[in-house]
Design a protein around this ligand. Structure first.
Ligand code: SF4
Length: 488
């Protein structure tokens, strides 16, 4: 009888899977290949060599590596595909060194397991996608909430340790899966109240099955300011409909300075300052992020002492996508009329000045004790070194913003990272690449795992996924990141 091959135990995360030969672990990242534990995705290497232009965004998993180990001078080993070490005291999977412009540099490379993580999503749209603090649901599970709006954009805060581990098992699983897909630039369908939303990094949002096209040019008041001059010779009154601030030309400071006379118009909303009105309607997916499809519903009767028959009125949304032209009749009621070409052009100009609507996904996480212990035996020194600008933090080679205050809390745009950078473990937590780059002497000073340092050339292999360095990102080896660049 032949002995059944033994399962091997993966020790790359607390799940500690037993994996049979030819099978993969619970996270799909590790497999048992003939008794060897292997990381399934290739290690991703970024190159700056001008003669090896592998497009950064079009990486499909193939390798253009040509076996030239001299490329190591121009290579940056990212943590994508590097693997994880567990438990905490073990050194990171790769600690590599190379000389860069006469300075010995070290990069500590690991795929961090983040329980404290989430994404901040910016959605460029005026349309109502839910009230502040409203829950965001995926498959009926809460995975986050609507945050404060920003100028022309709605914001979501998704994930976080409470949704990952503080709720039901299903909530944690669904949250982890949604975060993984968002970070890997895949679409995720969400529900906020009665609004359905599809979010995908780098793509326009789809709100109630309609892809959004444009981000507003500005609020209603700003739009009046920007376009007042183009309107004064062609129309008597302009109303820019906006859920935030609806602008009225004749009352606005811009209209006053251009000698636009009063028109007797009455806006049904809360007047803020002259020509600027709040709450003309409820939030929605209609004109300017309101719930209206007929702009006349925000107007009260014109003041008969001021208005006149034949008064010309343009109503337009903040993206210029909706506009309507009216002329007052003998009863001072606005009647639809054919829009003069100059005014039509101005609406088109508003649209032309709007940027395309996009979803942006920023991964945010805290580098905890375990991750830092993989870098040094004295983890707080790493935090200090990052704060002192001696250590540069990148995620898949992309610059990470480090929050002020304690800890190493990073934020990074997933569009700047190589595709497929993220994974998960079923604890549940997200797996994300993180690299710490610093001078070799500084690494020694912070108690780094010096005995684990290997040369970059030793790590490069034919099965690496080789991409060109993302030109929109600073290179982690650039001396300008470091405090010592000017001799300090
Ligand atoms: S979940 Fe993945 S990383 Fe964790 S032990 Fe299993 S195979 Fe290894």
């Amino acid at each position: 009888m032949t002995a059944k091959p033994e399962k091997i135990r993966c020790d790359a995360c607390p799940v500690m899977c037993y994996i049979a030969d030819g099978k993969i672990g619970a996270c799909d990242r590790y497999a048992n290949h003939g008794g060897n534990l292997v990381r399934l995705d290739p290690l991703t290497v970024l190159e700056t060599s001008p003669d090896k232009l592998v497009p950064f965004m079009k990486d499909t998993g193939g390798s253009d590596w040509d076996g030239d180990l001299l490329q190591s001078e121009k290579s940056f080993i990212t943590a994508v595909g590097a693997g994880t070490t567990y438990p905490d005291y073990k050194p990171a999977p790769f600690i590599v060194s190379q000389e860069v412009e006469g300075v010995d540099m070290v990069t500590v490379v690991t795929e961090g397991i983040f329980s404290y993580c989430g994404v901040k999503v910016k959605i460029d749209t005026d349309r109502h996608i839910g009230h502040e603090r409203e829950a965001v649901l995926v498959d009926g599970e809460p995975i986050g909430h609507v945050m404060t709006s920003e100028y022309g954009s709605k914001m979501l805060s998704l994930g976080g340790v409470d949704h990952l581990t503080g709720g039901s098992k299903k909530e944690g699983r669904v949250t982890c899966d949604a975060l993984l897909r968002l970070c890997n630039r895949e679409p995720v369908e969400m529900q906020i109240g009665d609004i359905s939303l599809v979010v995908q990094a780098g793509q326009p949002p789809v709100i109630n099955n309609e892809p959004e096209k444009l981000m507003r040019v500005g609020c209603g008041s700003a739009t009046i300011g920007m376009f007042a001059k183009q309107w004064v010779d062609h129309v008597d009154e302009v109303v820019v409909v906006d859920d935030h601030i609806t602008g009225v030309l004749s009352e606005h400071q811009a209209g006053k300075l251009l000698d636009v006379p009063p028109t007797g118009i009455k806006i049904l909303g809360r007047r803020s300052t002259p020509g600027r009105y709040f709450r003309v309607a409820e939030p929605g997916t209609g004109w300017g992020g309101t719930d209206i499809d007929d702009p006349l519903t925000i107007l009260g009767p014109f003041n008969a002492k001021i208005a006149w028959q034949g008064l010309r009125l343009l109503m337009v949304s903040t993206t210029g996508e909706q506009y309507a032209y009216f002329v007052l009749d003998a009863d001072l009621k606005p009647q639809p009329a054919e829009i003069p070409s100059a005014l039509k052009r101005s609406a088109e100009r508003i649209a032309e000045n709007c940027e395309p609507s996009l979803c942006s996904v920023l991964f945010m996480a805290g580098a905890g004790g375990s991750l830092r212990a993989g870098v040094t035996e004295n983890p707080v020194r790493l935090t200090k070194s990052v704060k002192d600008s001696l250590t540069y933090v990148s995620c898949g080679g992309a610059e990470a913003y480090i929050w002020p205050g304690g800890g190493i809390t990073v934020m990074v745009d997933v569009m700047e990272m190589p595709t497929g950078s993220f994974g998960y473990v079923p604890t549940p937590a997200l797996v994300a690449p993180i690299e710490f780059t610093l001078r070799k002497s500084d690494y020694a000073a912070l108690g780094g795992h010096m005995e684990e340092i290997r040369s970059t050339a030793d790590v490069l292999a034919a099965d690496n996924r080789t991409l060109s360095h993302n030109q929109s990102q600073p290179h982690p080896h650039d001396h300008r990141h470091y405090r010592w660049k000017d001799g300090s």
